[in-house]
Design a protein around this ligand. Sequence first.
Ligand code: 13P
Ligand code: SF4
Length: 336
Amino acid sequence: MQEPQVTPDAADLQRLFAPLGAPASYTPAACERIVDDIAAIERLKRERDAVILAHNYQRPEIFQVADFVGDSLELAQKATTVDSRVIVFCGVHFMAETAKILNPARTVLLPDLRAGCSLADSIDADSLEERKADLRKLYPDLQVVCYVNTSAAVKAASDVCCTSANAARIVERLPTDNVLFVPDQNLARWVQESTKKNVIAWDGNCYVHHQITPEQIQKVRDHLPRVKILAHPECRKDVLDLADAVLSTSGMVRYARESEASEFLVVTECGMSDRLLLEVPDKRFYKSCKLCAYMKMITLGDTRLSLEEMRYPIELDEDVRAGAERSLRRMLELSA
Ligand code: 13P
Ligand code: SF4
């Protein structure tokens, strides 16, 4: 059981959200509703013995009820240690599924089942099996590394999983020279730059990151010559070539806190800049970002309903879950 939390009032929230520069989203009336939802969610968490895990791209009001906020790797690691009965996952489907795979005794709830991922949808287990069989004729030692942004079935058909925080390390530590990396072509290409191994890319990408162009980044750099550019490795090569640092989402938080620089251009989904604006108030963050419609499907109201009605539980076929767990556990071992 967790300790009761002190709920902020609407004026506190308006002050807290002021650095986000979105007064139309956080009017007094909107903040009243948020306060009401926060109080209800905190009460429901105690009644249901629940914790809330949230990804860095979630809405700022969701950060206020989250017990843990992080990137995909941190969230997977955290999920293994939760001993509460219920995990409400404020993120997208593959992330909630990963929590269920790693901690199957818990009830894992996703507040909105439409919260998918275009990148995860770019591959299925049958096409992966076909490609693997073809490539193994050429490269008998081939191993498959799947990005965590995949379904449980794709994880089960892979040798090991990875996230943006550990992809290069996982590929380097595998006992093979030939790797099929699925499904993100941009992350695969970025990993290829750091290894002599042969990294064969799947033809997928994230619609949010792939639409960001070098022209957009260069324009900001021309106006702000001292700005440090932080980019996510799901961006295209011509964008990553302009970056000062290529980082996972939580890697961006650590970099911004520790860097001597005072202004940053955050090249990833917009929620990341919101977290940085709230948590690192003494520095400036410019948004060169795009919204992920899937991440933003999760609202505070649906999170409340999720706990009220215990919806929507993640269910998995046990064979698939066990196969996916093997891939995820191997990742956790290799990235330690
Ligand atoms: P991170 O693991 O870096 O948080 O990335 C997850 C994601 O979906 C990026 O689009
Ligand atoms: Fe998927 Fe892209 Fe959204 Fe991340 S930002 S959840 S990769 S669609």
